[in-house]
Design a protein around this ligand. Sequence first.
Ligand SMILES: [Zn+2]
Length: 305
Amino acid sequence: MNGPRVLAVDIGGTKFAAAVIDEDGTVCARAEEAIAGADPAEVLGRVIAATDPAGVVAAGIGTAGPLDRARGTVSPVNIPAWRDFPLAATVGDRLPGVPVVMAGDAQCMALGEWWRGTARDRAGALLGIVVSTGIGGGVVLDGRPHLGPTGNAGHIGHITVDPRGEPCPCGAVGCVETFASGPAMVRWAAGQGWTLPPGSPADARSLAAAARAGDEVAQAAFDRAAEALATGLLTTAALFDLDRVVVGGGVAAAGDTLLAPIRRALLARDGMAFLRRLRVEPSTLGRDAGLFGAAALARLHAPGA
Ligand SMILES: [Zn+2]
């Protein structure tokens, strides 16, 4: 192992993971545990203890939201036991004197991809998006995450791409998420007459399998989602002069079923010359992107960084 080590913690909706990672990105120790009815604070304590974090110089936490970075609290939708839970302080209590910093899970995914993933050639400006039951995102500019004053920057799922579109639970209409989240795609396809093969779950994976098998409605659902995503990506790219977009999450596991129509839509719409260099790639780190991002975040806040 090399150089100072940091503790990375990934708080998901159903499981927690922790790892001690050195400055080369080598994972020195890691642990993971499902919450599954247990007290989440106890699960958190166990996964951290299992990594033996003595001697780390900083800790980074990527967490499901909502979160309040200023107060260090979280209220993850899928963890009802935690409402305004003091996550940063709870981790800090185990690591006296060590700085603890927290960001959203999608922001950490973006930072992890920037540090250790496909964009390791140090893309100057990168957007990471997680396309799953919801759509999250995070932006890395000049090698640092742009988290925003409240910690909520990167909410690409709630960019409006159709001002006359469907209402979104966020209160706006026609958000990217109303087209391209897994449940939105399945709902739209069902409304167009797509029927689920017997025994398959009603999710984006089944829809992707149908699209690959040539089902036209399923393919149209992916094309429609891709067009909405491409519009959101181009909007973001125009604002930030992005080099790269890295796409992860359960819906993105469909691979080229989703990415190919996104690339086509980008080619059809990129007005400005600087947008034409935008590259869209799948995540290569998968679920580990969040842990690596939390480690990268910790490194930025380590003493002397
Ligand atoms: Zn919305």
